[in-house]
Design a protein around this ligand. Structure first.
Ligand SMILES: [Zn+2]
Length: 480
């Protein structure tokens, strides 16, 4: 057993990747890298990708006067290069226009219990931005609460999924944590939503309204699948669900631990629709859903109309992957919303990275070069598992707070013990003893940082592994 499968959500490609998705990639990457340390590289699989079948993608392509397939291919590349820029360790990247996905989505539809899918006429208020129907009382002044636009009234015949049949089972699975939602506040939201009563939801669109774009409904040429129905199945399809291949067996069917990392805006799809679809198809459920908050910019919600979008690719190009990873993981509380501002970014960079980590590291290595180390290692070793619990809890900010706390302690000890004075007084043995302790601690810091800042971790580890430790180059040059 002991296999682990982790996924991010797959974003629509109607706009460039934004900083909120960068947060999700980085969070999932920490968990994936950490699990590889525990289970070995072959026992972990990490998936991300892009959702390309939405109507809003078609509209975005139309706006640019380009064929949809060409447009989504190019936009998908931007997401792929974001994963590379941020040094994300995903094993696979799925596009929902790929054949493996279309075949899998089709198979999932066909595998649902026949009595769970039925056709009916329907009319409702639809927001294309959200790709979902709204009831009157969910709107704010008649507008979509997320997009501030008036949803369109849509009336057509669609296929529906009998979600109402799964109310009791879903409530029980979520309440018992058999299907675990983290944090608890999100779990309670979902339980409250279920207890208000679940309504069946539409899982197809007319081919005309979908502008002939999407996964065809098996056996009905007039309809395509509702984008969420096909999109959710990407988690199975990337493992070769359509052919029930080896990856599918190892990482889904035969008891691997399965975790989806998502943003708070799509909990209902992942915590209610998705498990119900899997139950209907007789497939195992994911074990856990981790829900992160949103990133605001200068205290405001990111929106195109405010023009306050932050391009994570530009940030990476300017500062490098590691400072961006650090900021997102340290400054954004993983369970809640958090804020980005350029001022705060620079402050974190200067105080935590250039000064805290970088300076402490070069101080210690500098002194080792000067005064040397005792022949035998005999010093205290801080708890290597200090942050294990925090990573298991998805509290990356707390974990980094602890690691940087160790660094602060080293720095304070240097100030208090003043090794350079001890050396002047001829107490070199004492100096070496202190240095030995700090080097051990820095080695541990290097190890603990590995899932968060893999390159920095490697630099620290390599420098301290050297036969003769010499003064390290600055890890993070100061900003000018
Ligand atoms: Zn909307």
């Amino acid at each position: 057993m002991s296999r682990f499968y982790i996924t991010t959500a797959i974003p629509y490609v109607n706009a460039k990747p934004h900083i909120g998705f960068a947060l999700e990639l980085v969070q999932a990457d920490v968990v994936a890298r950490y699990q590889r340390q525990l289970l070995g590289k072959d026992n972990v699989r990490f998936l991300t990708g892009t959702d390309e079948n939405a109507l809003k993608n078609v509209q975005a392509a139309e706006k640019e006067g380009r064929p949809t397939s060409e447009y989504v291919a190019e936009m998908s590349e931007r997401f792929r290069s974001l994963t590379q820029g941020l040094n994300i360790s995903n094993d696979d990247f799925i596009r929902t226009t790929e054949e493996r996905h279309v075949r899998g989505a089709t198979k999932l539809w066909q595998s649902c219990r026949p009595e769970d899918i039925y056709k009916k006429s329907y009319s409702g208020l639809y927001c294309v931005g959200c790709e979902q129907y709204y009831t009157e009382d969910e709107l704010e002044d008649g507008l979509c609460p997320d997009h501030n636009v008036k949803p369109e009234m849509v009336a057509e015949e669609n296929y529906f999924f009998k979600l109402s049949s799964y109310q009791g089972r879903l409530e029980q699975l979520i309440a018992s944590d058999e299907f675990k939602i983290i944090p608890e506040s999100r779990k309670n939201e979902m339980l409250a939503f279920i207890r208000r009563g679940l309504e069946d939801f539409s899982i197809s669109r007319s081919r005309t309204r979908a502008k002939d774009w999407g996964v065809p409904v098996p056996g009905d040429a007039t309809q395509v699948m509702y984008v969420w129905f096909d999109a959710l199945s990407n988690y199975l399809n990337a493992l070769g669900y359509a052919d029930r291949g080896e990856l599918w067996q190892d990482f889904w069917a035969k008891g691997a631990r399965k975790l989806h990392v998502i943003g708070k805006g799509i909990t209902r799809f992942h915590c209610i629709y998705w498990p119900a679809m899997l139950l209907s198809a007789g497939l195992p459920l994911p074990n856990e859903i981790f829900v992160h908050g949103y990133v605001t910019v200068d205290g405001q919600k990111i929106s195109k109309s405010l023009g306050n979008t932050v391009d994570p690719v530009e940030l990476v190009n300017k500062y490098g992957a590691e400072p961006v990873r650090y900021y997102l993981l340290r400054e954004i509380p993983a369970w809640e919303d958090g804020d980005y501002s350029e001022a705060k970014f620079k402050q974190r960079y200067e105080s935590d990275l250039a000064n805290g980590l970088g300076n402490t590291f070069s101080r210690v290595t500098n002194m080792v070069e000067k005064y040397g180390l005792p022949a035998a290692d005999s010093a205290k070793v801080p708890p290597e598992r200090a942050v294990q619990h925090d990573i298991d809890n998805f509290q990356f900010d707390v974990a980094l707070g602890k690691i940087f706390g160790f660094l602060r302690t080293i720095d304070q000890e240097i100030e208090q013990t003043k090794p350079w004075q001890l050396a002047k007084e001829g107490n070199e043995n004492k100096v070496q003893e202190f240095l030995n302790g700090w080097v051990q601690e820095l080695r541990q810091v290097g190890k603990m940082l590995a899932p968060f800042m893999p390159e920095t971790s490697q630099k620290i580890t390599a420098a301290l592994r050297a036969e003769r430790i010499t003064k390290a180059e600055p890890l993070f040059p100061r900003l000018i």
